[in-house]
Design a protein. Structure first.
Length: 173
């Protein structure tokens, strides 16, 4: 690459640092492709596959990232592949604003977003365990008195629990 002035080099290094993720001093392949996409370097002549091959060509053997000098060499290879001057590629890269967040936004879903469509427990606000005693089942179990078949009686549960009264069984006639 031809020698560039200090201001251009500083601006290019700022873009390089912005795309090197989380303060790393080196650039990963996925971020190099992201830089090429967001700088609008891609065309029919230069595809993401070409960018990936250029990245593999300039990185050190066994390395996963490229350093600043390797990045400058990669720009030379990009210019050669596009058939233009290196200064044009550098100018395009400098014009890019840095990495952009391109997250997808979910479409509206009536069953999730419209609370009038809720059914069951969720229509009343959803399940809760705030008002229950987490140490035992007293808040959940119905301890009121009932007969053998489970029919509620009016006698308190404590009276039935410990009674040893005589039980008379009569045969059906």
């Amino acid at each position: 690459m031809a020698h560039m002035d200090t201001q251009t080099e500083a601006e290019l290094k700022a873009v390089y640092s912005a795309f090197a993720s989380f303060g790393s001093s080196q650039l990963e392949g996925k971020n190099f492709i992201k830089l090429a996409k967001e700088a609008k370097l891609l065309s029919k002549v230069l595809t993401t596959v070409d960018i990936d091959l250029i990245f593999a060509k300039v990185k050190a053997k066994g390395a996963r990232k490229i350093t600043w000098p390797e990045f400058v060499k990669a720009l030379d290879h990009i210019a050669a592949k596009k058939g233009c001057a290196v200064d044009e590629v550098v100018a395009v890269v400098i014009k890019s604003t840095g990495p952009q967040d391109n997250g997808t936004k979910a479409e509206a879903c009536r069953f999730h977003d419209d609370k009038s469509q809720y059914t069951g427990v969720y229509a009343c606000g959803g399940p809760t365990n705030v008002d229950m005693d987490p140490k035992n089942l007293a808040g959940i179990c119905d301890r009121s008195s009932a007969d053998v078949r489970g029919v509620k009686t009016s006698a308190p549960a404590a009276a039935n629990r410990h009674s040893t009264g005589d039980v008379k069984i009569t045969a059906a006639r």
